[in-house]
Every structure is written in C-alpha cells, then in structure tokens.
Design a protein. Structure first.
Length: 334
C-alpha cells in the first residue's frame, strides 16, 4: 500500500524564516557593538587623562598665585608694623616737644612765684626774724668744697644712666662719685640708684650698704658696666629714695648726677617732691638734695636744649630742700 505524504504548510516555514532572521540580526548587532566598544573606552580614558592634566596645571597655577599673595600679605604686614613703629616714635617725639614747651611755661611761672615769695619774705621780715636768721648760720665745719654741706651720715647717689650720659660723661660721673666719697671720710650707710629708682646692688634694695673701703670700690667698679634704662628724668629716683630710706633719726643727703630733664613739668615735680620730702618739727626737710649738672648737650650740639630744664628743676629743688646745685664746666671750654 502506497504511503501518502503530508502536505507542507508554507505559513509555518515563513514564520521560522522570520524568526531566524531576527535572531541573526540581533546577533549581528551584538557583534558590531562589541567591536567598537574598546575604541570608545580608549577615547574616554584619553579624554579623562587630558582633563586630569588640565586640572593639575590649573591647581598648580592657583597654588603659585596663593604663595605670591601670601608673600605680598606678609610684606604688607611688615610694612604696617614698621609704619606703626615710626608713628609711635613720632608721637613720643611730639609728646617730648610738647612737654618742653609746657615746662618752659612752668619755668616762667616758677620764677615768678619764687620772685613773689622772695619779695613777700623781704617785706615781712621783722627785727626779731632778722636776728634769728643772723644767728642761724651753720657751723663752718659742716661745709666743704663748693659749699655743699657734708654733715650727713647717710648718702644716696642718684645717677642718670641714659645714653647721653654713658656715651659722653661717664668718666666724669665716676670721678664725681669718687670725689664725693673722698669728701666724706666715713658715713653710716651708702646707696646708689639710677634716675628710675633702680638699685645698682639689688641685694641691698631697701637696706643701707655698709661704708667700707671694699664697698666704696665696688660702687666705683660697678659704675663701669652699669647700663640700666633711663627716661632722663630724676623724678622717680628722688621720690624712691625719699620714700624708701627716710628716717627721722638719720641725716640723709641725695646727690643727683644728670644732664637732662626730657619730659614732664618742672612745676609738677617740684610740688610732688615738696609733698614727699615734708618739713620736720625744726622746719628742715626730711633729706637734703644736692645736684651736679653735666653739660652734655652743650658739648655735643652747642645748644642747651633740655639741659636748661634740668638746671631750672634741680636748682629749685636744691634751694627748697637744703642742698646745693653745681654745674660742671663744659669740655668745650677746656
């Protein structure tokens, strides 16, 4: 018996062809995309490396600019500090000049006051007062060279340690201290301060230095290397000596060695010393104040400048406090 063949469905074949072609197209697309993907990745890496280099260069530029700005800022700050220092110096100089101007006015006022007081005293003297004054002459043995009384038992040296004194007059200062010590063969106590009230021998602060040949020599030797700060005003040293060492049972003399009174009011200093160095029961001041003026400014510049202020101040203090004022001769006149 002959087998009959089943008829072929053409629609099924067409569907299979379509499906096969679709799969083939997908596979082809995948193959094509995989072929070009390494190229795109390589290009992206190159672009990324280029951006990194670019940003690194920009960062270096920014860091360099930052360093430059930092240096300029430091330079500007240093200039500002220098300018502030110059301004402070100018302000101090201006204050000193103003102080000199005010002190000159005070000098005239003091001179007028002293002249008026002298005239009043002369007019009010009675016969009894004249008799008392005539009998109130000090014992000649109490006076030595230059008319300075040497009746004191305790001596305090107040030395101006400013640059002008150390540079131009230090040898004469040492000689004056030596001469003063020679005038007093022996005393009960010594002390030495600078015009700021700073002690040469800090171990004897507030105490009297024993008067021995060794201690006298130590004072002279200590002068050679004594370099303490000074504002060229004897006010602080005088007040510190009075406040620290006054004793009603001791005869004390201050010896002030200086060349200058660069700041402050003469009249104010005189009043302050009067308040501290009060009169005792006998009408005498607590301590005597002597002074020796060194003509440094005249020797160096040929003008008196603030040295005249020191002369007026110390002459007044010496007159009011039982002392003597002496001016040394100029080196120019030698």
């Amino acid at each position: 018996m002959r087998r009959r063949r089943r008829p072929i469905d053409t629609l099924s074949l067409s569907f299979l062809d379509a499906i096969s072609c679709g799969f083939g197209a997908v596979i082809l697309l995948l193959v094509i995309s995989k072929m070009f993907e390494p190229i795109r990745l390589e290009e992206s890496q190159q672009e990324l490396d280029g951006l990194i280099v670019k940003y690194q260069d920009e960062l270096n530029d920014i860091l360099g600019e930052t360093d430059r700005i930092q240096r300029e800022q430091e330079t500007t700050e240093e200039k500002v500090r220098l300018d502030k220092g110059q301004i402070a110096t100018l302000e101090r100089e201006l204050a000193r000049i103003r102080g000199q101007y005010r002190s000159q006015q005070d000098d005239a006022q003091i001179a007028a006051e002293l002249a008026g007081q002298l005239n009043e005293a002369k007019q009010s003297l009675t016969e009894e007062m004249r008799r008392l004054l005539a009998n109130n002459r000090p014992d000649p043995k109490d006076y030595k060279v230059g008319g300075i009384p040497v009746d004191s038992e305790y001596i305090i040296f107040i030395v101006d340690t400013s640059g002008s004194m150390r540079q131009y007059e230090w040898d004469r200062v040492q000689q004056q201290i030596q001469d003063t010590l020679d005038v007093y063969p022996t005393v009960k106590g010594l002390q030495i301060l600078n015009d700021e009230g700073e002690h040469m021998f800090k171990s004897y602060r507030g105490e009297w230095i024993p008067d021995t040949p060794a201690r006298r020599q130590a004072i002279i030797d200590g002068m050679r290397n004594w370099n303490a700060f000074s504002n060229s005003s004897p006010r602080e040293g005088i007040l510190a000596a009075i406040d620290t060492y006054y004793d009603p049972n001791k005869k004390i003399s201050l010896y002030v060695y200086s060349d200058d009174f660069a700041q402050g009011s003469i009249n104010a200093v005189v009043r302050e010393v009067d308040r501290r160095n009060r009169l005792d029961a006998s009408g005498a001041r607590r301590v005597r104040i002597h002074a020796v003026a060194f003509p440094v400014y005249y020797d160096v510049t040929g003008t008196l400048l603030t040295a005249a202020n020191f002369a007026v101040l110390m002459r007044t203090l010496c007159q009011r406090n039982g002392g003597t004022f002496i001016t040394l001769p100029s080196r120019r006149s030698r």
